[in-house]
Design a protein around this ligand. Structure first.
Ligand SMILES: Cc1ncc(COP(=O)(O)O)c(C=O)c1O
Ligand code: FES
Length: 404
């Protein structure tokens, strides 16, 4: 175990900010009361929960009453989708995209076995949606449109408000998985078309296992977790108070740092990306260059395996990833890159670097110093280098048409 690595895997999870650790610690030891208790001892804990709710609401430009604390992004996505369907039992159609996180995709796939029909919108080579396809898919039977704000693998940002306008015209509910976008893109629910929005603490320097669901006032909601009357009956269970306090503090810090941190991350990310592209032949950036998270770069290095690059980086104490954390190790090419219709060698040779406000110039320099050599060495061993039998061409052909 080494803790002093160059950590460029912030879309998988982030380091908990020391100020956040400090804010949450007293709620393990001194202030352990139940926030719902009548007595003053519990009451002061209830106050801390209310403050956190205000802090999260402020980050989203929402009302305090519109925030529900959850156990994280996965619960938020599940709860939003189930609630939207339960609230409109007569509607049986859902629209999502082919590039969602499994917390949305796998729920939709299960719903298909329960009699719902699901449209999985395609993306183009840049990972962008076709709004005409969305419009053509919306019907009076559409209960819910659930689309991510920003993609965790490529950083591609979808035109959420343009999508939302079309969704609103159709009368469907609009849920947005904004787990990767909150804290990186300014949010204002007051002027937004979003009905429900998921965020997760551990992508914004709070601990794992805490998150929030924004629920627009007036939107009908049926809770997924039922029990005591906590959180106005919308999410039962005694709140994870230290986590809630941490999420509140994280929201405060994200709001405070958003502008300056994202500008800095973007500048570092661009330097990393541009230098790699300029010094290493046969590589390209995956995703929409014009609409992308400021901290993410996903680069395909042709003719080698992404996992091999990651192993070499790992030897140098550099953390990056290929695709998403939950499916890494499977060696299956990413469903996101496949949906983009990328050629075989890009599918297999892509890795993601994701930065955060702690990333330094020196860390980027260290990656830049090591990468050309890693790629050159792996390519020298690559069976694709002398591809006399045309095997690669065959693969390229077979992959075309699998994803769009
Ligand atoms: C886009 C997206 N949605 C949902 C999740 C799930 O969040 P959590 O890990 O908090 O359950 C993640 C995190 O991997 C994500 O990147
Ligand atoms: S759960 Fe987040 S990457 Fe899979």
């Amino acid at each position: 175990m080494h803790k002093d690595c160059i950590y460029l895997d912030n879309n998988a999870t982030t380091k908990v900010d020391p100020a956040i650790v400090e804010a949450m610690l007293p709620y393990f030891s001194d202030y352990y009361g139940n926030p719902s208790s009548m007595h003053t001892f519990g009451g002061q804990v209830g106050k801390a929960v209310r403050l956190a709710r205000e802090q999260v609401a402020a980050l989203l430009g929402a009302e305090e009453s519109e925030i529900i604390f959850t156990s994280g992004g996965t619960e938020g996505d599940n709860a939003a989708i189930r609630a939207a369907l339960l609230a409109q039992p007569q509607k049986r159609h859902i629209i999502t995209t082919q590039v969602e996180h499994p917390a949305v995709l796998n729920v939709c796939q299960q719903l298909e076995t329960q009699g719902y029909s699901v449209t999985y919108l395609s993306v183009n080579r840049q990972g962008q949606l076709d709004l005409n396809e969305l419009e053509a898919s919306l019907t009076g039977n559409t209960a819910l449109v659930t689309i991510m704000y920003a993609n965790n693998e490529t950083g591609t940002v979808f035109p959420i408000e343009q999508i939302g306008l079309r969704v609103k015209e159709s009368g469907a509910l609009f849920h947005v998985d904004a787990v990767q976008a909150v804290g990186k893109i300014p949010m204002n629910m007051k002027t937004s078309t979003i009905d429900m929005l998921t965020l997760s603490g551990h992508k914004m320097h709070a601990p794992k296992g805490i998150g929030a669901l924004y629920l627009r006032r007036g939107v009908r909601f049926r809770p997924m977790i039922i029990g005591g009357g906590q959180q106005r009956g919308r999410r039962a269970g005694t709140e994870n108070v230290p986590g809630v306090v941490a999420l509140g503090k994280a929201a405060e810090l994200e709001l405070l740092h958003l502008e300056e941190a994202t500008a800095r991350e973007k500048q570092l990310r661009d330097r990393l990306e541009q230098t790699l592209i300029n010094t290493i032949p046969n590589c390209e950036v995956n995703g929409d260059p014009a609409n992308r998270l400021p901290n993410t770069t996903n680069i395909g290095f042709k003719y080698i395996e992404g996992e091999a690059i990651l192993l070499h980086l790992n030897k140098h104490n550099i953390c990056a990833s290929s695709g998403s954390a939950c499916s890494s190790g499977s060696l299956e090419p990413s469903h996101v890159l496949r949906a983009m219709g990328l050629p075989y060698t890009i599918l297999h040779g892509s890795i993601r670097f994701s930065l955060c406000r702690y990333t330094t110039e020196a860390e980027i320099d260290a990656v830049l110093a090591i990468m050309p050599d890693i790629i050159e060495r792996l390519r020298a061993l690559s069976p694709f280098k002398n591809d006399n039998v045309g095997w690669l061409q065959q693969q390229e052909k077979s992959v075309l048409g699998v994803g769009r």
